[in-house]
Structures are given as structure tokens and as C-alpha cells.
Write a protein that binds this ligand. Structure first.
Ligand code: AMP
Length: 404
């Protein structure tokens, strides 16, 4: 069997999986791991190998050491990079700007192009580059592929992609709606035509990726025509800790009140959203608080649902005809109450949730609407690692064929 290694590098962490790219969306990877607290006094490596959990608490000076240590730990358990055949390494890269529309085989030049995009994703792209450089050094003979979070939205119509900001300034600074979570929206939306028994080009659909980060997309015939995140992943829906769409004037106002740009950034990205309103960002805790009568939690939940319904409504109008609405990611897959409230009272638009189906535990792609519902509602588990593994393996194989 051959495997793909998928890496998602953050500023102080590396998440990775070693998996069979032909596996099913719900299959366990051979290895999943997390190297965390890189550069801090106490670091940790957590691995799950064939279901067995292995942890090691050890200082991790940098990304390079972290990946080396993780590979050594994997080797101790017979699943190191020299124990299994790895045909491709897929790297999640957050921002592909206007340059990258599809996965790209990584060369020195591609790394430089990703580096040029750092101003658009100052928190994410530098960490992604660290991961790429380290992994290329450790595994120099395997093709490395960058898979961009923005790629799926690359061909959005200008009316959805452009902001009504002075055109010269927008062009100079690359200001446009890039969209994020593209790998997830694509992976999930590609399964919907089969669930409907239709071909991809005849399906109009809305996908709702509701995790700690959250985004909505309108997709016509397999192409995204709108999405809720923008230049950055701060825009759109209310999220775990991010505010989503707000009046941009709030930023000037806070700045003029004396808050620094960095503290406003921190406020809107990390201290807002459901957490900023209620104190928690996990929907299980939020629900418990609501059941205990906590009014802040109730208010946070209502603001979250209100914003979600605004996007669903506007995408129904943009698409004209909608065949399916699909929920995915941690909240979308597990929180039946969110799905119910997001689509409550929409019978007149042809949307009817079946409470029995909606209440079933998360177990693979499934319909949760009634048989009469004109618009079908689905839960489709996302698996971004598998999607990246598939894209990386396919591109590596294509390159192999074109070289030989
Ligand atoms: P993700 O970013 O896709 O990993 O989603 C993480 C979020 O999913 C968590 O912060 C929770 O809010 C939510 N979540 C995960 N499991 C459940 C569950 N069983 N019920 C409700 N929410 C859940």
C-alpha cells in the first residue's frame, strides 16, 4: 500500500497525517499527529498510530526538530517515513492569492511565490512555508504539493469577488474576496451530486462549513459563485472566536479610542465570535449553558444563527434554484440543534428538516430533510486531510507520467 503525508503547519504547531489517499472519508488514517508548542519551554508530540495514542512531552526548539522527532517516534512504532512508501507530501497552504488556482508541485520558485503572498496572510503563510521547507529537507526525494485553501474560489464571478473599494487601491494591494476552507467546500460539494443522483454540472448548492472557523459557499455546477470569507478568514459568519462581518467603521472607531491595531486584530480574531459573547467557543458547552439559563450564551447563539440564516437566504437568491444545502465540520456535523435552527420555518421555500433524521448521530454522508423537501438537506463529513492527500497524490502521479 502507498501513502500520502499531509502537513498543516501553524506558527507553533504542525498537524499531520499519514494516510491512504484511496481511503474512505470516514476511515482512520494510519497515523495522525500533532506537534505543539514549538519554540516554547514545554513542547509535546501526540501521535495516534492505528488507533493507539502515543504522547511525548519534550521541548521542541523549531519546526525542523519537531518534524524530525515526530518521524523518529513514528519509526519506533514501525510507521516512519522509511517503513512505508510515501508517494506524495501534501501541504495545506492558506493563501494562494490570485496566482494559485490549483494544487501546485512545490519547487524553490513556488516557495518564493507563496512567500510573496505573506502580506495577504501574515499569520498563516510564513508557518506554511516553514513546514514546506523543513519537510522538503527531510524528505527530498518525494514530490511535495501545495494545496491552497483559496483555490476553489479562484474563478468566482467578479461581482462576488471584488469589493467596492477604490479600484486602483484594490489592485495595488490585492484587495478582493479570496475565500477560505476551499478544500472542504470542494470535497463536500463534490459528494452532493451523487447523493442527489444528478451530474455535477446540473447541481446548485449551498455548503456550510461550520467548525471553529465557519464559512458558507454558493456553488453552481461545481463552481463557487460566492463565499462568506473574504480577503482574510475573518469575514462572513460568526465563528468560534472570530466576529465575522461587522461594520468596518468599528475598526476606525476603536483605533481612535486608543486601541492599537494589534489589539484590535486580537479582539476580532480571538476574543470575539461565540466566545467573545458567551465565554465559550465549543458548542457543547454553549448548549449546556443555554440549558442552564445563561442569557449571554442564548444571545450568542441567536446572533450566530441570525448571521447564518442571512447568508443562506442571500445565497438562495444568488443561485435562483437550489438543489441542496449541506452541513459539514465540527458544528455542522454534530450539532443537530444548529442545523434545525438554521433552517427552521422555511417550508414555504421548499426546505423541511426531518427531526428524526436530523437527530441521528454523525455517521457518513446522509440526508436530513423530509422526502417532501424540494431542497435536500445533507450532512456530509468533511475530511480536508484526505482531500489534500488525494490532490497531492494525483498531481504527483501526473508529474511522474509526464516525466517518464
Ligand atoms: P472543527 O473546527 O471543524 O474541528 O470544529 C470544532 C468545533 O465543533 C468545536 O469547537 C465544537 O464547537 C464543535 N463540536 C464538535 N463536536 C461537537 C458535538 N458533538 N456537538 C456540538 N458541537 C460540536
Amino acid at each position: 500500500m502507498t501513502y500520502a503525508l499531509v502537513l498543516n503547519s501553524g506558527s507553533s504547531s504542525i498537524k499531520f497525517q499519514l494516510l491512504d489517499p484511496n481511503a474512505g472519508a470516514n476511515d482512520e488514517p494510519l497515523v495522525s499527529g500533532l506537534v505543539e508548542r514549538i519554540g516554547e519551554a514545554t513542547g509535546a508530540i501526540a501521535l495516534t498510530v492505528r488507533g493507539e495514542k502515543i504522547t511525548s512531552e519534550v521541548p521542541i526548539p523549531d519546526h525542523s526538530a519537531g518534524l524530525e522527532m515526530a518521524f523518529a517516534l513514528m519509526a519506533e512504532h514501525g510507521v516512519g517515513p522509511s517503513d512505508v512508501e510515501i508517494t506524495a507530501v501534501g501541504h495545506r497552504v492558506v493563501h494562494g492569492g490570485k496566482v494559485f488556482s490549483a494544487p501546485e508541485l512545490i519547487s524553490d520558485q513556488v516557495v518564493e511565490m507563496i512567500r510573496d503572498l505573506i502580506p495577504l496572510a501574515p499569520l498563516h503563510n510564513p508557518a506554511n512555508i516553514d513546514g514546506i521547507e523543513v519537510a522538503r529537507q527531510i524528505l527530498p526525494d518525494i514530490p511535495h504539493v501545495a494545496v491552497f485553501d483559496t483555490g476553489f474560489f479562484h474563478d468566482m464571478p467578479p461581482a462576488a469577488a471584488l469589493y467596492a473599494i477604490n479600484a486602483e487601491t484594490a489592485a495595488e494591494h490585492g484587495l478582493r474576496r479570496y475565500g477560505f476552507h476551499g478544500t472542504s467546500h470542494e470535497f463536500v460539494s463534490q459528494q452532493v451530486p451523487d447523493l442527489l443522483g444528478k451530474s455535477a454540472d446540473e447541481v446548485n448548492q449551498i455548503t456550510l462549513h461550520l467548525g471553529n472557523g465557519a464559512s458558507a459557499s454558493a456553488i453552481r455546477g461545481g463552481h463557487a459563485i460566492d463565499t462568506s470569507m473574504g480577503l482574510t478568514p475573518l469575514a462572513g459568519l460568526v465563528m468560534g472566536t472570530r466576529c465575522g462581518d461587522i461594520d468596518p467603521g468599528i475598526i476606525f472607531h476603536l483605533y481612535r479610542q486608543g486601541l492599537s491595531i494589534d489589539s484590535i486584530d486580537n479582539l476580532l480574531n480571538r476574543q470575539s465570535g461565540v466566545k467573545g459573547l458567551s465565554g465559550v467557543n465549543d458548542f457543547r458547552a454553549l448548549r449546556e449553558m443555554i440549558e442552564d439559563g445563561d442569557t449571554d450564551a442564548w444571545s450568542a447563539y441567536n446572533i450566530y444563527i441570525h448571521q447564518l440564516r442571512r447568508f443562506i437566504g442571500s445565497y438562495m437568491i444568488s443561485l435562483g434554484r437550489v438543489d441542496a444545502i449541506t452541513f459539514t465540520a465540527g458544528v455542522g456535523e454534530n450539532a443537530s440543534f444548529v442545523r434545525e435552527d438554521a433552517l427552521a420555518g422555511l417550508d414555504m421555500y421548499g426546505i423541511e428538516i426531518d427531526p428524526g433524521r436530523n437527530g441521528l448521530p454523525n455517521d457518513g454522508p446522509r440526508e436530513i430533510s423530509t422526502d417532501n423537501s424540494r431542497i435536500k438537506v445533507f450532512v456530509v463529513p468533511t475530511n480536508e486531510e484526505l482531500a489534500i492527500a488525494q490532490k497531492a497524490t494525483q498531481l504527483a502521479a501526473r508529474m511522474q507520467t509526464s516525466v517518464s
